[in-house]
Write a protein that binds this ligand. Structure first.
Ligand code: NAD
Length: 227
């Protein structure tokens, strides 16, 4: 079945709720309880979980540590993910210095920039390298994800450099839509081979602010949309 991206966002929310319940020593929950805490319907919770298996017992709800463990597995958070950050300006440095990622076995293995004043700097336990070294670095150290924190007009080229180096997942913080490089084949243009199976996730807090402005002006629309 095609799983809507919103369902994956909700799984992440359910996991956060389960972690919270666990710290409060709550051992059982239900789709009604999860629904209330996540501000969605119980039907939605059951449907989202059903994409991935049967995790509860009818009428008995869910065991918190078991459902948590299963969601961790479904999301792939039970393994280590190697991450590089490309662009070590304000945002890149803030991300590298934020300790939360290591809770989930996301590990920063490389930091890259092009500015000679930044290249060579030590940030936590890593020394910032020049982006020219990205390719060699990735061929020696497997990298699962790249975070793009370069200026918007640099994002396309930096994304291509990541993909050329073999990185298949990009978290893009730059406010631009990354386009796969296209090639001509038999008169048709298609994405370059290196873009096969590449996933890009965009993070944009300004976009969130713009949506928020709209919803504050149109509160009734927001209610209608979340039904
Ligand atoms: P910044 O100017 O402080 O840092 C950008 C860094 O990228 C600089 O150090 C620069 O030398 C480096 N750079 C340029 N080209 C590069 C390349 N090819 N390879 C590696 N590094 C390169 O900018 P910032 O404030 O940190 O913002 C970074 C990006 O994030 C911008 O695109 C900005 O719009 C965006 N941003 C997004 C969010 C969000 O919520 N998604 C929030 C803040 C900023």
């Amino acid at each position: 079945a095609d799983i809507p991206t919103a369902a994956i966002s909700r799984l992440v929310t359910y996991l956060r709720i389960l972690e919270q319940l666990e710290t409060q020593d709550v051992s059982r929950t239900s789709s009604n309880d999860l629904a209330e805490r996540a501000q969605v319907s119980a039907f939605q919770v059951r449907k989202d979980l059903a994409y991935f298996g049967r995790f509860g017992t009818r009428g008995m709800g869910y065991t918190v540590p078991i459902l948590k463990r299963e969601l961790v597995r479904v999301l792939g958070l039970n393994r280590t993910w190697s991450v590089v950050i490309v662009g070590m300006g304000r945002l890149g440095q803030a991300i590298a210095n934020y300790p939360g990622a290591s809770d989930y076995r996301f590990q920063y293995v490389g930091l890259f920039d092009v500015n000679p004043q930044i290249v060579g700097q030590q940030i936590r336990d890593l020394r910032v390298q020049h982006t020219e070294q990205l390719r060699d670095f990735v061929s020696a150290t497997p990298v699962d994800m790249g975070f793009l924190a370069v200026p918007p007009d640099r994002a396309q080229d930096a994304a291509q450099a990541l993909v050329d180096a073999g990185v298949r997942g990009i978290l893009n913080f730059a406010p631009v839509v990354i386009q796969p490089r296209t090639t001509e084949r038999g008169g048709v243009s298609e994405p370059g081979e290196e873009w096969r199976n590449v996933t890009i996730e965009n993070v944009d807090f300004l976009a969130g602010m713009k949506r928020l402005a709209f919803y504050i002006l149109n509160p009734t629309l927001k209610a209608a949309l979340t039904e």
